[in-house]
Design a protein around this ligand. Structure first.
Ligand SMILES: Cc1ncc(COP(=O)(O)O)c(C=O)c1O
Length: 466
């Protein structure tokens, strides 16, 4: 027997006895050669033989995958399986490197702090700080201050989502809300579903909890690919998904109500829980706030997470989850981790929100973001080579730029950071090797000469690498 046949047979057994699951990624040719001790050529021949038998399939630039019952070599599912996420160190390194005040913050995840600054909130905090009774150092236990939860519940009701303050749990920001929700609904080793390109916090949460991730590709028009979603939940034991559908970070799209309705139906049909990340919910430009998935949820399948980080400041660390029947289990987890959310800030926010200053602040913030994002878009449109595509959506403060496929966005990041210019490369949002040619630009700043010059440097670098 040829060595390649010998190897192919032993790999075949691993597939047939379920050691390797459907659509699981096989070790790369080089890894397999190292592991098995066979030469690269032998491994290549073995993989080709398995592919010819329809037992595995290849995806361009992504490698080989185990073929599933519905997926033949001719019709592979466009899903990616990640059973060992390792993104935290990359995110850590990146966040550290962009932290300095000297760096032009095109890579920042937060809007310009000048836009978030609310004199009324600071005034309220000052007044509260001077009251002796506000110096209460007893931690407020979960689920957080009643008056704040009541204000949040009223806001859901205004959107037609019947909500009681007891449905809400106050958390230390939106990320804490996402982490607690995911922890409440999963066990290590479970499969969850994510969008292929999504906020790194979702990947970090999956890494922290030891979850396996099935990711679905973006749909070019609709944002979310519901066909891929259905294929994924049909083929994998997925019980939980974590998605962002409004002003999606990093790409920026907002999924239509029609598709949200269709997604809600799929969640219902397959009994899948959704953790909805909606921290940009207030940053729409039109006259109507986009509906969250929670609106379409008839069965308490959606946990809706949001925060004040993108509207008042991430430093306050106040977020929440509309947890419904999971409120109690999330509170139990809080009791074992963060315990409570800063009581003074909860009080100050409640006081501030009760005077309707927030609506005025949001209006000013939205209109500035709309103006600045347009300025960035128009400038970059005239400067970037035509081989680049700018994804522009009317909400939030990010532009997602697709570079020519041969440019790895990490090279752009590394080239610019030496000049004290930050950008967010796609490696922070997407784990696929063939999707590393995108960058996210934060446009929440008035476009002055210094920023224009920094954008020019970006354009120069892209042209050099084109
Ligand atoms: C999409 C998304 N979700 C959640 C978060 C976390 O929000 P918070 O700062 O409230 O924890 C962020 C922060 O950048 C984000 O961009």
């Amino acid at each position: 027997m040829y060595k390649s046949e010998q190897l192919a047979n032993s790999l075949k057994r691993l597939i047939q006895n379920g050691t390797w699951k459907f659509h699981e990624k096989l070790p790369s040719l080089r890894q397999q050669a190292n592991q098995s001790g066979f030469s690269l050529i032998t491994v290549m021949n073995a993989y080709q033989s398995l592919e010819a038998q329809g037992l595995i399939y290849s995806k361009e630039k992504s490698g080989y995958f185990v073929a599933g019952p519905k997926a033949s070599a001719a019709d592979p599912l466009d899903l990616t399986i990640n059973d060992h996420i390792e993104i935290n160190s990359i995110v850590f390194k990146y966040l550290k490197s962009t932290q300095s005040d000297q760096i032009i913050p095109f890579g920042s995840a937060f809007p310009d702090s000048q836009l978030l600054y609310s004199p009324k909130l600071i005034q309220t905090m000052g007044q509260l700080a001077r009251q002796k009774r506000s110096y209460d150092q007893t931690p407020s236990l979960p689920p957080g201050h009643f008056a704040l939860r009541q204000w949040i519940a009223q806001r859901y009701c205004m959107q037609g989502i019947q909500t009681d303050p007891s449905d809400i749990v106050i958390t230390s920001g939106g990320l804490d809300a996402l982490n607690l929700s995911l922890q409440a609904l999963t066990q290590p080793g479970d499969y969850i579903l994510l969008q292929a390109t999504i906020f790194y916090g979702a990947w970090q949460a999956a890494e922290r909890l030891g979850l396996k991730v099935i990711s679905i590709p973006e749909h070019p028009e609709d944002g979310i690919d519901l066909e891929a979603f259905e294929q994924a939940v049909q083929n994998y034991p997925i019980k939980v998904c974590l998605l962002m559908l409004n002003s999606q970070n990093p790409i920026g799209y907002t999924v239509s109500d029609e598709n949200k309705y269709r997604l809600a139906k799929l969640l219902h049909d397959y009994q899948i829980q959704l953790i909805e990340d909606d921290v940009y919910e207030e940053l729409y430009y039109g006259s109507k706030k986009p509906l969250p998935m929670k609106y379409f949820d008839q069965q308490n399948l959606v946990l809706h997470c949001s925060s004040f980080s993108k509207t008042l400041g991430a430093g306050f660390r106040i977020g929440w989850v509309h947890a419904g029947k999971f409120s109690e289990s999330i509170q139990h987890l809080q009791l074992m981790s963060t315990l409570s959310v800063n009581s003074f800030i909860q009080n100050a926010l409640t006081e501030y929100l009760s005077h309707r200053h927030y609506e005025k602040h949001l209006k000013t913030l939205r209109s500035a973001l709309q103006r600045y994002k347009k300025q960035f878009y128009q400038y970059l449109k005239t400067q970037l080579p035509t081989s680049c595509k700018i994804h522009y959506y009317p909400s939030g403060y990010f532009l997602w730029i697709e570079l020519p496929v041969q440019i790895n966005s990490l090279s752009i990041y590394e080239g610019l950071i030496q000049q004290n210019i930050g950008i967010a490369p796609s490696i922070l949002f997407n784990t696929l090797e063939d999707q590393q040619h995108h960058i996210r630009i934060n446009c929440s700043f008035e476009l002055n000469d210094q920023l224009r010059e920094a954008l020019n440097q970006l354009v120069v670098l892209i042209k050099q690498l084109e």
